[in-house]
Design a protein around this ligand. Structure first.
Ligand SMILES: [Zn+2]
Ligand SMILES: [Zn+2]
Length: 469
């Protein structure tokens, strides 16, 4: 026998219902649950519910659902149990009855019964006692299974129920195995904008999975990305949740191609959100772009082109005097990443100018200054930018090169070396006025530099020679 899984809910052990055969009920056409352990008559002397002693008058009865031994008062009702492969009415105890009835109704082909079933289950999971019973008797699988129904009301209640279940961390693994993510994605992909409650519950559920280190990749495998991208096109409340969830998804670089290359207009919408009035929206959409801009040359160029088509949103962010440092930080990180794209240089000239000017604006903010210095260093790689960048040499030297933070100092050095190779004269002149000693000290701190220079010099100047003849 397979080891019995136990889940702790509010400090109590719960043995969740086991499905016979396929565990993922979203993929199943039909399924039954394994029967509970049948408690033998001689194991008990009192009713498990009312605690009264059994005797000649108070006889023992079994609840077919939970397998416990009970008195006739506590176990008097009969309910058909197709979910256990028992289609005729069977004795069910008072404790099992509310959940059992819902699950039985869910097996009906009538939508009104199915609706009653999901409404009942969604209500029952609101308190912990109900939740435990729902988990034990298979309510979770029932909700997942009914997510495939076309009826809007059924989908709404299923989604609310699944959201409540997903809010209990110990249940996540069990929910994933049963097909809970696929069920959520399925509901989200059929939901219309007017079904706001359903959509918000669905997206909040996906967000829970995407936040989790253990389940994020499963969420992607089960199809979370496409509905999220589609929801970016809905109203601002929904879009904010969608973009926030997307910012968790794009932390995985394997998703970038799908986001950038998708054809449902999500990317232009995300770019446009960087100019939204809502600062939170600006922050998360820029966070998504900052992740996306770490990819291939082709993807970076695509982002730059798309931004251009959208009206140069990134430039507008950089030009706005926002006090929200996270916005500036995400924007600077994005531009710094894009600045390394060779093909995008002509489209990024204005960005480059602004980044150079920002060096002196944010010289107090170490984290931000690192991105700005990195942007300037990345731009300096390309010879066509040199004549404009040498104008900013005093700032590169004073702020980046002389920074007390090594990472910033190295970006300053990268910039100076690039400019030395493109436009040696003005760069040397600037360094002679200020910064030459810092640059030399910086160089001597880099491991391996000494050997590299010696090797390069020895290529031209021999170490040993013969005397002239
Ligand atoms: Zn009893
Ligand atoms: Zn029972």
């Amino acid at each position: 026998m397979a080891c019995i899984e136990r889940i702790k809910i509010e400090g109590e052990d719960v043995i969740p219902a086991q499905v016979e055969g396929l565990v993922d009920v979203f993929a199943a056409n039909n399924f039954v649950f394994s029967k509970a352990r049948w408690v033998e008559d001689n194991e008990v002397s009192t009713c498990k519910i009312c605690s009264n002693k059994f005797n000649q008058l108070r006889r023992k009865h079994h609840c077919r659902q939970c397998g416990r031994v009970l008195c006739s008062k506590c176990c008097s009702q009969k309910v058909p149990l197709p979910q256990l492969g028992l289609p005729d009415p069977e004795r069910v105890c008072e404790v099992c009855k509310p959940v059992t009835e819902c699950i039985t109704k869910s097996r009906s082909s009538h939508q009104s019964f199915q609706l009653e079933a999901v409404q009942g289950l969604t209500e029952l999971v609101m308190d912990s006692a109900g939740m435990k019973k729902v988990i034990e008797l298979g309510g979770l699988q029932t909700l997942v299974f009914l997510s495939k129904q076309e009826n809007e009301q059924i989908r709404k209640h299923v989604m609310c129920g699944l959201h409540t279940l997903a809010s209990h961390e110990p249940l996540l693994g069990y929910l994933v195995k049963a097909g809970g993510i696929k069920a959520t994605c399925r509901i989200l992909s059929c939901a219309k904008e007017e079904e706001e409650q359903t959509v918000i519950a669905g997206i909040s559920t996906l967000m829970i999975f995407c936040k989790s280190v253990d389940f994020k990749s499963q969420a992607l495998q089960d199809g979370a990305l496409q509905p999220i991208l589609a929801l970016c096109n809905m109203n601002e409340t929904i879009a904010l949740l969608a973009v926030s969830t997307l910012s968790l998804i794009v932390q995985d670089p394997r998703t970038h191609a799908a986001v950038i290359e998708n054809n449902n207009k999500a990317l232009p919408r995300i770019i446009a959100f960087t100019n939204a009035r809502d600062e939170q929206m600006q922050e998360v959409s820029l966070n998504v772009l900052a992740h996306l801009s770490t990819g291939t040359e082709w993807h970076k160029n695509r982002l730059v082109q798309e931004d251009f088509t959208c009206g140069r949103c990134l430039l507008k962010v950089l030009k706005t005097n926002t006090r929200n440092m996270q916005i500036v930080f995400n924007a600077a990180c994005t531009v710094a990443n894009l600045a390394s794209s060779e093909q995008s240089q002509s489209a990024l000239q204005e960005h480059m100018e602004i980044m150079c000017n920002l060096l002196s604006t944010y010289d107090e903010h170490t984290d931000l200054l690192l991105h700005i210095s990195r942007a300037v260093a990345n731009f300096s790689k390309f010879p066509q930018n040199a004549s404009r960048l040498v104008q900013h040499l005093p700032n590169v030297i004073a702020i980046s090169l002389k920074s007390e933070t090594d990472a910033i100092k190295f970006q300053g050095m990268r910039c100076l070396f690039n400019l030395l190779s493109h436009m040696a004269r003005p760069t040397i002149e600037a360094l002679m006025k200020d910064g030459a000693s810092e640059l030399l000290e910086g160089i001597s701190d880099i491991p391996g530099v000494h050997d590299a220079i010696q090797t390069a010099i020895l290529k031209n100047i021999p170490e040993v020679t013969s005397p002239p003849i």
